[in-house]
Unconditional design. Structure first.
Length: 393
């Protein structure tokens, strides 16, 4: 390494001296105006015929029965009807996934039963995986003059922990459930939940409540807007699909989608709706699977064998929304198998379109968690756009 001499350093010494003189001069002729401290907005107020409360001004309110309000990673589907939900923008992903949220639900209290019986039945109706209870935060409680029970549990999804707290209260011959869902280290969640709980006012004399049954829409889906479709093409398939869906990996068994029915063969392509992703499983999806036709069998025999095995694990019901029978697909005539699966409080409407081409069986599976008629048919309309555009290369 070359040694530095005084001659080498001299020009730099001059520059440093110049800067040392310049900096005070610059400071003396420049005035700095401090930026004003942002003023926090006062909380907003919400009120309907059931409840009233304050909430952060930046938070988004979700209306009654809004299917988009679906807290992420909660292992329990507890039923009830959404009264209102809220979430701060920082609690949601760009796709609307609710990592933290606050929601109020209303449940029926059948005559001759107690709040505890309804509550225990709701949790018992959900299969595992089971979350980790937090006993020290699960106890009788009182909120706005109503006595009830608080249940707190923790659940891991990927590398993160989520804490869920359900407060069950009896109110005018029905039950209100207040659910607080929080991702670990959500810095502003505690302040928002304190504001909400401390201001919560349950209205006197709630209107009578009958939980709405699963509706059976009769209208057909309207055509999906062409401007909202994305074109897909590979060396096997060509089709258009709704831009709200994301592509899933090919070559897998498809067990990242519900219900978990195995057709065998390989998945050529999959599409999932991100807002219905729970614990790595898509509750709304479209998949195209291909398998070789057995030499001594036929399409109907393979189809019936698949559903017989699936039905032994998870009972299937006839769908009241869609029909089983012949349907056109990819320039051929396929066989649609439409059915319904119920898991706890959640209903899934499913249809699989089977057809044979050059010794191969193709299955297009359209699996949909049911929410309400408009939301259901919007998804079906997008799926139909895919079917109408499908080409086998």
């Amino acid at each position: 390494m070359r040694n530095s001499s005084n001659q080498d350093r001299a020009p730099w010494i001059g520059r440093i001296t110049f800067l040392a003189v310049l900096i005070p001069l610059t400071k003396s002729c420049t005035s700095f105006t401090p930026l004003p401290t942002p003023t926090a907005q006062p909380p907003f107020h919400f009120e309907n015929e059931l409840v009233a409360f304050d909430y952060p001004a930046a938070a988004r309110i979700f209306a009654s029965r809004d299917p988009v309000f679906d807290p992420y990673a909660n292992p329990y589907k507890l039923g009830g009807e959404l009264v209102v939900g809220l979430a701060n923008p920082g609690w949601m992903s760009s796709l609307g996934t609710l990592y933290s949220s606050i929601g109020i639900y209303r449940h029926v209290l059948p005559a001759g039963t107690s709040l505890e019986e309804v509550m225990h039945a709701a949790y018992a109706g959900n299969p595992g995986p089971y979350p980790q209870d937090i006993p020290e935060q699960s106890e009788p409680c009182s909120l706005d003059g109503h006595t009830g029970v608080r249940i707190t549990y923790r659940f891991a999804s990927g590398p993160r922990w989520y804490t869920f707290q359900d407060i069950w209260l009896e109110a005018d011959d029905s039950i209100l459930r207040i659910s607080l869902s929080s991702e670990a280290y959500e810095t502003d969640f505690q302040d928002a939940s304190d504001l909400f709980l401390n201001s919560l006012d349950i209205q006197d004399h709630l209107p009578p409540f009958t939980e709405q049954p699963t509706l059976a829409p009769t209208a057909s889906p309207t055509p999906y807007p062409a401007s909202l479709l994305i074109h897909y093409e590979d060396n096997q398939l060509v089709f258009d699909y709704p831009q709200g869906l994301i592509l899933l990996p090919s070559g897998q068994s498809g067990f990242d989608c519900l219900p978990q029915i195995s057709f065998g063969g390989e998945r050529l392509v999959g599409l999932g709706e991100r807002r219905f992703l729970v614990n790595g499983i898509y509750n709304r999806s479209i998949q195209i699977t291909r398998l070789a036709m057995p030499a001594t069998s036929n399409l109907e025999a393979v189809l019936l064998d698949v559903y017989e095995q699936a039905g032994a694990r998870q009972p299937q019901e006839s769908s009241s929304l869609l029909s089983t029978g012949p349907v056109p697909v990819a320039g051929l005539t396929g066989l649609q198998w439409a059915y319904r699966v119920t898991a706890g409080e959640t209903t899934y409407e499913l249809r699989d379109i089977w057809f044979e081409l050059e010794g191969q069986i193709y299955i297009i599976s359209i699996w949909t968690e049911y929410t309400n008629p408009d939301d259901f048919w919007a998804f079906q309309s997008g799926a139909q756009a895919l079917l109408n555009s499908l080409i086998i290369q």
